[in-house]
Write a protein that binds this ligand. Structure first.
Ligand SMILES: [Zn+2]
Length: 215
């Protein structure tokens, strides 16, 4: 089996995502670049049919022309967003798309998410991209345009897809998952902070401290 270890790890990550409400039964998909020729990616209906509980062999090995090389399952049409990222910058090694519960509040409102926690400062802005239907070429194009606008600053980036979910980019799968966790915590905190602020309990401060961004 090609890339066995990496496919085992990816299967483990998507199970964890589902258990931690970082995606839901409505969808979500994850891909990882293996080399110049191949990515590995979760299959279509992973969430709907399997609640993200899939075997490593159900993780597909896919070439850069979107042909399935190995694995039991079919490609999701959302691969177009993932390929847009991989083809835009060589440093993007993993792409996570999820319907993450806390972040969905901001995505559904069509709001940029305030970046409040120290752990998320490395993301910079957390924008909400314009709405285009799920799986559409227009949505993939919208993602591509935003990723291009980042230039070489593509590590540890998160964006919201309006009324849909989140997209996280990073160099490796482990780092991308870590970023998704940080994003969700920030969303939880940002939502409460905005409510406290509006209720007059305490002002929400977006301070520009001297953060240590070196890991
Ligand atoms: Zn989706």
């Amino acid at each position: 089996m090609l890339y066995q270890q990496e496919r085992e790890r990816l299967a483990e990550i998507v199970r964890t995502m589902f258990d931690r409400f970082e995606t839901n039964a409505a969808g979500g998909n994850v891909s990882v670049r293996m080399n110049d020729k191949h990515i590995i990616m979760t299959p279509t209906l992973m969430s709907q049919d399997h609640l993200c509980d899939i075997s490593p062999y159900q993780i597909l090995v896919v070439d850069m022309d979107e042909n399935v090389i190995e694995g039991d399952g079919r490609l999701t049409r959302e691969i177009n967003m993932h390929m847009a990222c991989f083809k835009t910058h060589k440093d993007i090694g993993a792409v996570i798309h999820g319907h993450a519960r806390e972040s969905m509040v901001f995505a559904t409102m069509g709001m940029e998410m305030p970046n409040l926690t120290e752990a998320t400062q490395k993301f910079g802005r957390i924008p909400c991209l314009d709405f285009y239907p799920a799986c559409s070429p227009e949505l993939a194009e919208e993602v591509k345009t935003y990723v291009e606008s980042l230039g070489d600053d593509v590590k540890s980036k998160a964006m919201l897809l309006k009324q849909h979910g989140v997209l996280v980019l990073d160099t490796t799968l482990n780092r991308a998952y870590d970023s998704l966790e940080r994003l969700e915590y920030n969303a939880y905190i940002a939502y409460k902070s905005m409510v406290f602020d509006r209720l007059g309990i305490h002002n929400m401060e977006v301070e520009d401290y001297e953060y240590n961004l070196v890991e």
